[in-house]
Design a protein around this ligand. Structure first.
Ligand code: FDA
Length: 313
């Protein structure tokens, strides 16, 4: 219930206005977001590289319906790619198609995205398309295949284990040689398309992880779930895959202990580092994944408000 409520609020304009202006909310967002500016993302990436982790940088933004805003988002990615190259960071970028104009029209999306992909390709940099709600799954994969057909090979997609269609998608993507990031899925989806029980989502995650490890192209196993991580390590060992044939991926600010442990064990670990002003929906999805996070935010909001006595300070 709480999870559904938080995901609902992540898309609600009124709640966004309230939370983004609430004192303390920004401080809380900093736990999961590098900062509001590109340079803060670059600083975090540099520190993570020093700690032996690879990075994927994400300029926050989604559901953009205005052409200027979508163009501005592509401009930030262009600056970002240049900064990654100048700084020689071990980093690539992740972006959302709805941030680049998917809801405007496909010709515009293509034109806007091409600027980013061409610059990335000429710098041998990989671009990952995040996956949004199931309303976008087919469109995102179709558009991805259009780009793949145009010869882009520096691109990859995300598949979510809560979707019932995902085994078929992974079968096809493996056959095409596409790099896939596997995650559980962060949106609210109906039972017609998605498993509703955590046990089913987890069981499917293990099946899909095995498909990717066996036949995939350098998959990204994106999870903080120790059971999924253990299953991945065991399966890789059983089929004779090296630790360098895949990477674990985790979110900035989540299970830092586990991130360091995996690096110490010799695994490739990539951290997803978001930055930017549009942090509200991202933060709400992180709350939904672990409602205990909500109590941190309430506490930090109260601490900075006239009601601070309620938070014990
Ligand atoms: P699960 O939710 O079962 O959590 C396992 C454990 O991890 C929890 O018990 C807790 O300890 C810890 N944990 C998980 N989330 C936490 C949080 N927010 N705060 C604190 N602790 C937490 N989704 C999507 O739909 N499209 C996408 O493109 C992506 N991209 C993406 C990239 C990367 C690198 C990651 C790691 C994740 C995504 N996701 C995503 C999000 C993903 O779908 C999923 O919602 C979260 O990763 C949480 O799922 P877990 O696999 O961690 O398992």
């Amino acid at each position: 219930m709480l999870r559904e409520g938080l995901i609902y609020l992540s898309e609600n304009r009124l709640a966004r206005g309230f939370v983004t202006h609430a004192p303390g909310a920004r401080t809380m967002a900093r736990r999961f977001v590098a900062g509001e500016h590109l340079e803060e993302g670059v600083d975090v990436a540099r520190n993570l590289n020093r700690a032996g982790m690879k990075v994927t940088l994400d300029c926050l933004g989604e559901s953009v319906r205005n052409r200027d805003e979508a163009r501005a988002a592509a401009d930030v990615y262009i600056r970002l790619i240049r900064r990654i190259v100048d700084e020689q960071l071990d980093a690539n970028v992740s972006l959302k198609m709805t941030q680049m104009g998917q809801d405007i029209d496909e010709a515009f999306l293509h034109e806007n995205l091409k600027r980013v992909l061409d610059l990335a390709a000429s710098n041998d940099m990989f671009v990952r398309f995040d996956m949004e709600s199931s309303a976008y799954t087919q469109r995102t994969l179709d558009f991805f295949r259009r780009l793949w057909g145009e010869g882009y090979r520096n691109i990859g997609v995300v598949i979510q284990s809560y979707l019932k269609r995902s085994a078929a998608d992974i079968g096809q993507l493996n056959a095409e040689g596409v790099r896939v990031r596997l995650c559980k899925g962060a949106y609210k989806e109906p039972a017609s398309v998605a498993f509703q029980d955590k046990a089913d989502v987890d069981a499917n995650y293990v099946t899909l992880m095995q498909m990717l490890l066996k036949d995939g192209n350098y998959p990204g196993i994106a999870t903080h779930d120790e059971k999924m991580i253990q299953a991945t390590k065991e399966y890789a060992r059983n089929i004779g895959k090296s630790v360098k044939d895949f990477e674990f991926q985790m979110l900035y600010g989540v299970r830092r202990d586990l991130q360091q442990q995996l690096v110490a064990q010799g695994y490739n670990v990539r951290i997803y580092v978001p930055f930017g002003e549009a942090w509200y929906p991202y933060l709400m999805r992180r709350m939904a994944e672990r409602p205990a996070n909500l109590f941190f935010i309430i506490n930090s909001v109260l601490k900075e408000s006239p009601l601070r006595f309620l938070a014990g300070k």
